[in-house]
Design a protein around this ligand. Structure first.
Ligand SMILES: Nc1ncnc2c1ncn2[C@@H]1O[C@H](COP(=O)(O)OP(=O)(O)OP(=O)(O)O)[C@@H](O)[C@H]1O
Ligand SMILES: [Mg+2]
Length: 396
């Protein structure tokens, strides 16, 4: 019997058999203006020669799985002959779902996995539980950790004592990678070039040039300077999808600081955008979202827990999800949490080598555990007891 591990994110599916390696594949369909509105699924995006004006059709909305047609097509593709060639009669699945998921979505999930695809056993779990499991494997002497998962839809802060989440202290911040890309699109469109239809391109710009400032006001001052002294400013060469397949930053020595470029390249000049966009994760109120930033929420969450446990959480803060890849993210979380925490507590913030696939790696480890069989719901279980057995068994 093999186990397929699927961290089914709103943006990326992190998927692979537990005895193999993981792949990160877009969990969506695309329609391209340039390819006569043909639909592409998951990593078929690589076949699109000119992905300008690309539409995304996402199975998730506001963090929850709502568009089942799209999700089924992506899963058909992933499980089918193009990719994993799943033999359902010989395969279990570990699949993630968001915190505070709706019962109706959970039931549809059970039905589709057991009845349509006919997996032999299913474990539905939150991605954070898998990350916690991964963390405890490396840190066996620790009993507690707090998982910060900043992905596409939201950012969640969830304390775990071993495999149990502390439900009363979970915090959701309504800021994720999608909002950041949209905000970058808006300010670029307002300031220099209309890019509202270019989500794909601007998302790449975000990942290539944005960073988390360690001192917002200092960087803001630098970003206002003229010429050489403005060390924040970069010129980003946009792709034209014929000679330039992927955008990139002009090397500093080739930047024309005053006047125009002679080449025909289309260039975005970015300065404060680089750090003002990720700053929303730390100060959502900058754009009118009246919520706590990540460090404040971490401290607030821990303070909701019994006092004797608090020091254990402060020294086991784990960052996961795509946004934690912004340069400077870990250092900023550390320094702000440090400032907000009593001095006699140790603070440690861990950024795993690959924060996007960390939960998947935890799923792989769980499938190798001796008690894995007790954690899953088998098909016989489900056929006999229906949804109630899933509700009973899964800590979700
Ligand atoms: N190097 C990077 N720098 C900044 N952001 C990045 C980087 N790489 C990926 N991201 C962003 O991370 C997000 C995807 O992260 P992740 O795969 O953790 O989300 P997800 O699991 O699909 O979403 P969710 O957990 O909300 O369902 C995207 O918004 C993407 O733009
Ligand atoms: Mg995720």
């Amino acid at each position: 019997m093999t186990t397929l591990v699927l961290d089914n994110g709103a943006y990326n599916a992190k998927i692979g058999y537990s005895h193999e390696t993981v792949s990160v594949i877009p969990n969506c369909q695309f329609r391209s203006k340039t390819a006569r509105l043909k639909t592409f699924t998951a990593n078929q995006i690589d076949e699109i020669k000119d992905p300008s004006g690309l539409f995304y059709i996402l199975p998730f909305q506001k963090g929850y799985l709502v568009n089942w047609d799209v999700q089924r097509q992506v899963w058909d593709y992933l499980f089918g002959k193009e990719m994993y060639q799943v033999d359902f009669l010989d395969t279990n699945i570990i699949i993630t779902e968001p915190y505070f998921n709706f019962t109706s979505i959970q039931e549809s999930m059970n039905e589709i996995l057991f009845e349509e695809y006919q997996f032999q056993a299913v474990l539905r779990v939150n991605a954070g539980a898998l990350s916690a499991h991964r963390y405890f494997r490396d840190n066996p002497s620790e009993l507690c950790c707090i998982i910060v998962d900043s992905g596409y839809s939201f950012t969640h802060i969830v304390p775990y004592c071993r495999s149990k989440k502390k439900k009363e202290a979970i915090i959701r911040i309504n800021v994720g990678g999608k909002l950041l890309t949209n905000h970058l699109k808006e300010i670029i469109s307002y300031r220099q070039l209309h890019v509202m239809d270019e989500t794909h391109v601007i998302n790449q710009v975000k990942e290539d040039v944005c960073y988390v400032s360690q001192d917002f006001y200092r960087d803001m001052d630098i970003a206002k300077l003229k010429g050489e002294e403005n060390t924040v400013m970069v010129d980003y060469v946009l792709p034209d999808f014929s000679t330039i397949k992927k955008g990139f930053c002009k090397p500093r020595e080739e930047m024309v600081l005053s006047g125009k470029y002679k080449s025909g390249e289309q260039i975005l000049r970015l300065a404060n955008e680089r750090f003002a966009v990720p700053e929303i994760l730390f100060n959502p109120s900058d754009i009118g979202i009246q919520e706590m930033g990540i460090p404040e929420a971490i401290v607030y969450s821990i303070q909701n827990l019994p006092e004797e446990m608090q020091p254990h959480f402060f020294k086991n803060i784990v960052l996961t999800g795509g946004n934690s890849l912004f340069p400077g993210f870990r250092d900023r979380v550390y320094s702000e949490v440090r400032c907000l925490t009593p001095t006699d507590y140790d603070v440690s913030v861990v950024l795993p080598e690959n924060p996007i696939t960390y939960a998947w790696e935890g799923g792989k480890l769980i499938s190798e555990n001796d008690d894995f069989e007790d954690m899953v719901v088998t098909r016989e279980d489900y056929e006999e007891n229906g949804h109630s057995i899933c509700e009973e068994k899964f800590d979700i």
